[in-house]
Write a protein that binds this ligand. Sequence first.
Ligand SMILES: *Cc1c(COP(=O)(O)O)cnc(C)c1O
Length: 405
Amino acid sequence: MDTPLDSASTPAYDAVRPAPRALATEAVHAGRDDLARQGLHAPPIDLSTTYPSYDSRAEAARIDAFATDGAELDGTPVYGRLGNPTVARFETALARLEGTESAVAFASGMAALSAVLLVRSAMGLRHVVAVRPLYGCSDHLLTAGLLGTEVTWTDPAGITDALRPDTGLVMVETPANPTLAEVDLRAVAHACGSVPLLADNTFATPVLQRPAEQGARLVLHSATKYLGGHGDVMAGVVACDEELAGRLRQVRFATGGVLHPLAGYLLLRGLSTLPVRVRAASATAAELAARLADDPRVARVHYPSIGGAMVAFEVHGDPHDVIGGVGLITPAVSLGSVDTLIQHPASISHRIVDADDRRGAGVGDRLLRMSVGLEDVEDLWADLDRALGVRPGQPQVRGLHQAMS
Ligand SMILES: *Cc1c(COP(=O)(O)O)cnc(C)c1O
């Protein structure tokens, strides 16, 4: 992939590796470094499913090479499931933001996690050690053993003892969905020894945390969330070294969980505003977390030490009433969009996890999870304040606009 860009002789995207640049600069330039010299400004969207080639001997050699190490094909692509130039731009950009050699994109976060599990299982390493809480469906995939894996749940201190000769992966989320619990990635990576650590970095994004720098060998994102950032793309991506990336591309080719090129385009566009969005939403979230912590209607607030745009809180009253009472805030699962969303994990995002396991992981029945967007903080607070209802011991004073609505 270090091919210098000499001419427009190939329609494929040739990644250029420039000198290290600041995150904000990478966010708007990575994956686009060749554009100006091609006379382009916006990246092209290549919707081709197949590519013509008059040299089938050369194609045979390229497919043999892919079967050996899964390296990205040089030059013109062959078939959409083997790789796509628009998606490759997003992969290059995300790898640079996470500080890894490579990244491999998938149709969703769950497709990305599935590919990682299949890569390790195919090597005979079917055992996974994982720390709760994880995103509800990640927990479900591991607990149900749907891909033939076997999981041992433990806390960070128990990781070393839980490792077995057939352990292929250690998995953590930090801050975790939905409690925002944090783990010390450096300590966990050390505890893993030679077993690869996968850190789900969906909540923090590379703006707040770069797990590869702390020893994680695989960094997973549900790109559906902050990377896309506008609630209109489903995608997943794994940032890792080139050796694992090759295996992931081979699994993606064989199992078909590819990302659509239009989604690749939207994600690349989403990355360009990622640092600005995450910082602005985090400032608002920190302010809302502080106000909630001071509010007598709120029993407990969870907000990560590293910051971020997610806030979780437990209410004294009925959490379903809060969900039913929001107006400006949208009552919906998912997160990381420009608008604020709130949901009740025990009913939705973590419903698929067994109730005892869920509660044991700190996901209580009164817990609400809010993804703070880019609205004005006072408008958000006014909506939350209304949805939280009457303060204990304080009669509600109905404003005119409430009486009329
Ligand atoms: C949403 C989510 C996932 C799953 O991603 P999809 O894109 O919905 O498949 C995985 N991990 C975390 C932390 C998530 O929030």
